[in-house]
Design a protein around this ligand. Structure first.
Ligand code: TMP
Ligand code: ASP
Length: 239
């Protein structure tokens, strides 16, 4: 493939920009240092975050791809930018939890840190105006967000991703508490893992101390945000 370059900005989200390329089958994502929380109500900058998230996400998706989960990643161009397949994003946030935390603890009135026997699986409807409401499979089908077969595929990929990521992060001395995935459709209908896997979209706790090494440091004003992202980068790339 000849080298693709950024043409027109197609979209700018809270954490990434997406550009068209010379080939309509591919787009370039550019990761920003901007951080938001609570539907964009809280805004800030996490210096170096774009570079960490881009490289970490590509590395992790490479591991998943080798174990049979198709992803959108094509080629990392530089620290912040990657060529990915141009997919139609399915507006479902797919959340897997291994340990209670965040909105699970808030909704169900339990402390954070309770290890589950089996991972939980949930969807939210990716819609900022509605504040990403929780929804179940029948709701997703009723809204026409995905087909039954697509939802089965997504669920299988998400649970397999959890197994592979848990195994990987254990080696990094990190507990994978929970995470959010997004999936997309290729023009031929194939479902692929899209978006990112990073400290923005996962909860990571140090396996020994329980220290938070993810975006909760920003959401909850815990300080040491940049250091946590840099530490996760070291753990993943092992230097
Ligand atoms: P939650 O406990 O707030 O529902 O978050 C569950 C996981 O999803 C956590 O790892 C953070 C991630 N997440 C996102 O990636 N984007 C979001 O907008 C939210 C609310 C959570
Ligand atoms: N990035 C999300 C937002 O601004 C929320 C989060 O990650 O907590 O809505």
């Amino acid at each position: 493939m000849t080298e693709l370059t950024k043409q027109k900005k197609l979209y700018e989200g809270k954490a990434k920009k997406v550009f068209s390329t010379e080939d309509p089958a591919f787009v370039i994502v550019s990761y920003k240092d901007d951080a938001t929380a609570f539907d964009g109500e809280k805004k800030g900058t996490i210096r170096g975050k774009g570079a960490v998230n881009n490289q970490m996400s590509n590395y992790l998706m490479g591991i998943l791809e080798r174990d049979g989960i198709p992803t959108h990643v094509v080629k990392e161009l530089n620290e912040r930018e990657t060529v990915v397949k141009n997919v139609e994003i399915i507006p479902l946030e797919v959340i897997i939890r291994n340990v209670s935390a965040g909105s699970f603890s808030a909704h169900y009135g339990v402390e954070e840190g309770i290890e589950f026997k089996e991972p939980t699986f949930e969807f939210s409807y990716k819609n900022d105006e509605l504040h990403d409401p929780l929804l179940n499979t029948s709701h997703a089908l009723a809204l026409g967000l995905a087909t039954k077969e697509e939802i089965e595929t997504i669920k299988a990929y998400a649970l397999k991703t959890n197994e592979l990521l848990q195994r990987f992060f254990k080696e990094c001395n990190v507990r994978l508490i929970d995470f959010k995935l997004e999936f997309g459709r290729l023009p031929d209908g194939t479902i692929v893992l899209a978006d990112e896997i990073s400290p923005d979209t996962c909860r990571f706790w140090d396996a020994e101390t329980g220290e938070k090494l993810d975006k909760d440091r920003f959401r909850r004003d815990l300080g040491g945000v940049e250091d946590a992202y840099a530490e996760m980068m070291r753990r993943v790339f092992g230097s």
